[in-house]
Design a protein around this ligand. Structure first.
Ligand SMILES: Nc1nc2c(ncn2[C@@H]2O[C@H](COP(=O)(O)OP(=O)(O)OP(=O)(O)O)[C@@H](O)[C@H]2O)c(=O)[nH]1
Ligand SMILES: [Mg+2]
Length: 421
């Protein structure tokens, strides 16, 4: 967590809140909050404090319990009294309309949840018309069921007294209703419009894809920030924006790559993250079509990340959700240069944990588990890239021969002594 410094006073300042439950132990919650802090940082928000609470599950009205909420409130107040303004509180899970309303009434600062934060970053990152439309659609879809918040606010101003008369039960009459209904209608209308626009973009993209000719399509997929774009740039000599922030990429880029005599298409697309709202995934349909229609998926994993195994699971689950589950795929373990482990002394007889594994041990374990169907590289340090090219060549060639048996540009390569490769 960053120390609070005056020079950063202009940046928005946040407090994070997460729960420790039966399913989510303390270590896990810490990892989730680390990621939430990284998300906040990507959005330009400085995190100054974290609150966690041990509970059975989220409180239906206020997410955390009353006491904890009080504690957060006191903290905000004390900070403010000292001239340090806390701009927002960010919760690690999706909040309902009711929860947002209650928490906001108590804390009196901006309340965000993981999803709103992700949507915010997406909005910030969206470059093309396609990405912008997709993000806007996801935002409205998220907003719609939470509109009630506005309604109650109006109700408090005296809207629901029944002065409007007519139909509806108590609390559902008067100007409050009109306002809510109007907002709802405007948003629904906008959603329809955005969907139409996306359908149009979809049609164009489908035509584009159909015109691409008979080439095998390989898609880079993976958790956010694992190095997909870095690898794309290396393989395709392209210049996709890559940086150490989450969701640097939102749109799909497709490049033609040729290894020896074999051309194929390589695509780079948006990364996945845990607790990604399904609505958002749905909205990104046209971006994810590239993944859905790929012949081979290269699942890039950041092996230097302490939580890479869960990230693999999240990606696999998301792939299954978008209907790309059963595809041929290969895991590319990236960032081997950044892998660290805790050395364990020979005389130390306590149980070795995963933290004590050397890179070599880790490689052996995964090679065995995946039947050698994986590769360990560093895109940044360009380590093992020749091997990756070789493996990719073999895989793509095999797919190509199956799919386009009569393609004439594909001829055998011969080694120097004249024998077949
Ligand atoms: N140490 C190390 N860093 C790497 C390696 N490959 C990529 N990175 C860094 O990891 C960060 C993320 O890289 P990107 O290529 O943007 O990752 P991405 O998967 O495209 O991320 P999103 O588009 O944000 O989902 C950048 O700071 C890269 O420089 C590697 O092999 N080793
Ligand atoms: Mg990227």
């Amino acid at each position: 967590m960053k120390e609070f410094v005056i020079s950063e006073a202009k940046a928005e300042v946040a407090v994070l809140v997460g729960l420790i439950t039966q399913e989510q132990n303390e270590a896990k919650t810490k990892e989730y909050l680390d990621e939430l802090e990284f998300l906040a940082d990507t959005a330009g928000v400085v995190t100054v404090k974290r609150f966690t609470q041990k509970v059975d599950g989220p409180n239906q009205t206020t997410y955390v319990g009353k006491g904890k909420l009080e504690e957060i409130k006191t903290y905000i107040k004390t900070e403010e009294d000292d001239g340090r303004e806390i701009g927002m509180v960010i919760f690690d899970d999706e909040l309902s309309a009711k929860q947002i309303r209650n928490i906001e009434a108590e804390l009196k600062v901006k309340i965000l949840d993981r999803t709103t934060l992700i949507l915010d970053i997406f909005a910030m990152r969206a470059q093309t018309a396609n990405a912008k439309t997709q993000v806007e659609l996801a935002q409205y879809r998220y907003m719609l069921p939470r509109l009630q918040r506005l309604w109650t606010h109006l109700e408090r101003q005296g809207g629901g007294s029944g002065s409007g008369g007519g139909k509806g039960s108590v609390g559902l009459r008067g100007p409050g209703e009109t306002q809510l209904e109007m907002d709802r209608r405007i948003i629904l209308h906008r959603i329809t419009l955005l969907k139409q626009r996306l359908m149009e973009i979809d049609r164009q993209k489908t035509t584009q894809r159909q015109n691409r000719g008979r080439l095998i399509r390989v898609a880079l997929v993976g958790y956010t920030n694992v190095g997909k774009s870095t690898l794309m740039n290396l393989m395709a000599k392209s210049e996709v924006f890559a940086e150490n922030k989450l969701f640097a990429t939102l749109d799909t880029t497709v490049r033609k790559v040729t290894i020896e005599n074999l051309p194929f298409l390589l695509s780079d697309t948006v990364g996945f993250i845990r607790k990604l709202p399904t609505d958002l995934v749905d909205s990104f349909k046209s971006t994810l079509d590239e993944v859905r229609e790929a012949d081979l998926l290269l699942h890039v994993v950041d092996i230097s990340h302490p939580d890479f195994e869960e990230q693999i699971q999240v990606v696999e689950k998301t792939l299954a959700d978008i209907g790309a589950g059963g595809k041929q795929n290969m895991i590319v373990f990236n960032k081997t240069d950044a892998y660290t482990y805790v050395h364990k002394d020979e005389n130390d007889l306590t149980q070795r944990t995963k933290e004590n594994w050397t890179l070599e041990e880790l490689e052996q374990t995964w090679m065995a588990r995946l039947n050698n169907d994986c590769i360990f590289i560093s895109a940044k340090e360009k380590m093992n890239i020749d091997k990756l090219r070789k493996v990719l060549y073999d895989r793509v060639r095999q797919l190509h021969v199956q799919k386009y048996p009569y393609n004439d540009f594909l001829y055998d390569t011969y080694t120097e002594d004249g024998s077949r490769d």
